[in-house]
Write a protein that binds this ligand. Structure first.
Ligand code: DAH
Length: 362
């Protein structure tokens, strides 16, 4: 038996009412099932259409389908609006709380090599030295010849040079074996007087406990009209005292040989070795710290300067060695392992240049 028109209207009204009172998506789904589901009230009516005489089936079917559509549309509209409400509620709840403190990142640290270069720049800067730079890929002339190290000189073999493949003319570039070629380039590019340091990477084909194939040096050059060994001694003594923060450190200049200086010396500083510990200061032991000397007249001539008019001193030192001595770092190889634990332990906070200026004022 099909529903009379007025019963159908009542069913439609009842369904619309149920849709309106459903305040959650679950409740709305329950309404859909109750009316349009497999055994829903309207579905049941549709199922019975088959039992009607054909002439009634058509009109009853059309009427039922229209009600079904109305209910389906009401449910779809209600669903959309409930979904919007749910979304707004979720957005409201998930809102980023910008008043929460940020999770802190662990800041990086300054590598001891950079720190020591910074310190030396500051310290020599206070003595009027600027900073010069030069290329790490050098040619034979700047790295050796201009520094008075001729072709056949044993010093060339001693440097264990890394060479690049030769070009068409048979010339090979090389990785600079020391920072001394920066002396040549800076003097060629400018006019005397010169007073600068040149920190940077250097390379030698050598790798063991005390040698790394890449290491760092700081070169120094002071050229003027009346520079003599007294200036060299005064300047470098001031340097070690300030750098190590020991005012009474004894120094010793031991005769040595470098082709680009004459006379040449190795500078030693006093130290005390006790129970595996090394302390810089007055004691019976000596520690070699750098090479230095009065710039050789041949080097000055090679850059077009008259050695009768200009003279001065030069020095060169290993940055790793300075860092190991000052900061008690026992093993050279650890410098370039990039081990975060090592960096956290031996690294420095940015701009932490301890006591240098105070040291100089003493
Ligand atoms: N270039 C030398 C080296 O690597 C170090 C050196 C010694 C530099 C004496 C100088 C100097 O400027 O005067 O072994």
């Amino acid at each position: 038996m099909s529903l009379a028109d007025k019963d159908l209207a009542a069913l439609s009204a009842e369904a619309s009412g149920a849709v309106r009172t459903a305040t959650t998506l679950d409740a709305l789904e329950a309404v859909r099932i109750a009316y349009l589901g497999k055994s829903g009230k309207l579905t049941e009516q549709l199922k019975q259409l088959g039992s009607l005489p054909p002439e009634e089936r058509k009109t009853a079917g059309a009427a039922l389908n229209q009600v079904k559509q109305v209910i389906a549309e009401a449910i779809a509209a209600a669903k959309e609006s409930l979904e919007n409400i749910a979304l707004s509620a979720a957005l409201e709840q998930d809102r980023v709380d910008i008043t929460l403190p940020a999770r802190s990142e662990k800041p990086g640290s300054i590598h001891p090599i950079s720190q020591v270069i910074e310190e030396c720049t500051e310290l020599f800067g206070a003595m009027g030295f600027t900073v010069a730079e030069g290329p790490e890929i050098e040619d034979d002339w700047h790295n050796f010849t201009a520094l008075n190290i001729p072709e056949s000189h044993p010093a060339r073999q001693m440097h264990d040079t890394f060479y690049f493949p030769a070009d068409a003319e048979g010339n090979s570039k090389l990785l600079r074996t020391h920072t001394s070629p920066v002396q040549i380039r800076t003097m060629q590019a400018g006019k005397p007087p010169f007073r600068f340091i040149a920190p940077g990477r250097t390379y030698r084909c050598d790798s063991d406990i005390t040698h790394s194939p890449m290491f760092h040096q700081i070169e120094g050059l002071y050229i003027d009209k009346n520079i003599h060994m007294g200036h060299l001694k005064g300047c470098l003594t001031q340097f070690v005292q300030t750098f190590f923060g020991v005012s009474e450190v004894p120094v010793r200049f031991r005769p040595s040989f470098f082709p680009f200086t004459e006379p040449s010396a190795e500078m030693d500083i006093g130290c005390i070795r006790e129970g595996g510990e090394l302390k810089i200061g007055a004691g019976k032991d000596w520690l070699e710290i750098l090479g230095c000397g009065m710039v050789h007249p041949a080097v000055l001539r090679n850059v077009g300067l008259d050695p009768e008019e200009w003279q001065g001193f030069a020095f060169g030192m290993g940055v790793e060695r300075l860092a190991m001595l000052k900061y008690g770092i026992p093993d050279l190889r650890t410098f370039f392992d990039s081990d975060v634990r090592w960096l956290n332990h031996y690294g420095f906070a940015p701009l932490d240049i301890p006591t240098l200026v105070r040291g100089l004022a003493r």
